[in-house]
Design a protein around this ligand. Structure first.
Ligand SMILES: Cc1cc2nc3c(=O)[nH]c(=O)nc-3n(C[C@H](O)[C@H](O)[C@H](O)COP(=O)(O)O)c2cc1C
Length: 208
């Protein structure tokens, strides 16, 4: 295989720093993520890194919608309005509580990136593979955000999946929201969470 990129070799110390970040990184609670967020140059860099996700057929089956600045309050208000309509039958106190949460959903974090899985339904590459690529984009975003010193979280929920939110953000029929990535700086670091037991999930195939 020819080496197309000069800098394919990673310096061992760079590699260790990356591995250490990946071994210790944690998502911050969405509610804990506040200012500061990335500036325009940093955000562009993060999005560019995100797009380096493996992508079978080079279809680029994803796109981004940014929610920043004053648009955050508008988006939150509209999502809350949809929530109230969709869950009109909910017990009123509960409905009020969740609607109030929705009214602030995009307000605290400086930026939310909606990663839209936007597959080509006519492509030879399967829908599954195209959707997996959108997941890889999300993970790239999280890792790169942490490497740049920011905190992030990858969520879905009502603002990603409801008919009202889909219409609000212009998510088309063949598309899905792979994730809403909240980005900024967390007030507190979360404790480590339980991690998989590698031995329990790894097996070695042997011929029969
Ligand atoms: C596709 C996807 C959707 C998620 N949606 C939510 C969500 O809606 N709400 C939530 O609390 N966590 C959600 N999570 C989990 C968060 O990302 C969670 O904070 C994460 O598992 C923390 O793990 P980490 O510290 O290893 O990154 C989702 C994760 C994935 C991969």
């Amino acid at each position: 295989m020819t080496k197309a990129v000069d800098s394919m070799q990673t310096d061992a110390s760079d590699g260790e720093a990356l591995l250490s970040l990946m071994e210790t990184r944690r998502s911050a609670a969405v509610a804990a993520i506040g200012e500061p967020g990335p500036d325009d140059r940093q955000l562009r860099r993060l999005l560019t890194i995100a797009c380096r996700a493996p992508d079978h057929g080079a279809l680029e089956p994803w796109r981004f919608i940014l929610i920043e600045g004053e648009a955050r309050a508008d988006a939150s208000r509209e999502v809350a309005r949809s929530y109230a309509v969709e869950y009109a039958a909910m017990e009123p106190a509960k409905l009020q509580k969740f609607t109030a949460l929705m009214e602030r959903i995009f307000v605290a974090a400086p930026v939310a990136i909606i990663v839209v899985s936007s597959p080509d339904p006519a492509a030879k590459i399967s829908l599954f593979e195209q959707e997996l690529s959108a997941g890889a984009v999300c993970m790239n975003l999280l890792t790169a955000a942490n490497a740049l010193g920011f905190d992030a979280n990858w969520v879905t929920g009502f603002a990603a999946t409801s008919a009202g939110a889909r219409a609000l953000f212009g998510v088309r029929t063949h598309e899905k929201v792979a994730g809403v990535i909240f980005l900024g700086t967390a007030k507190e670091r979360p404790a480590e969470r339980k991690r998989p037991d590698i031995d329990a999930i790894v097996s070695r195939w042997t011929p029969a």
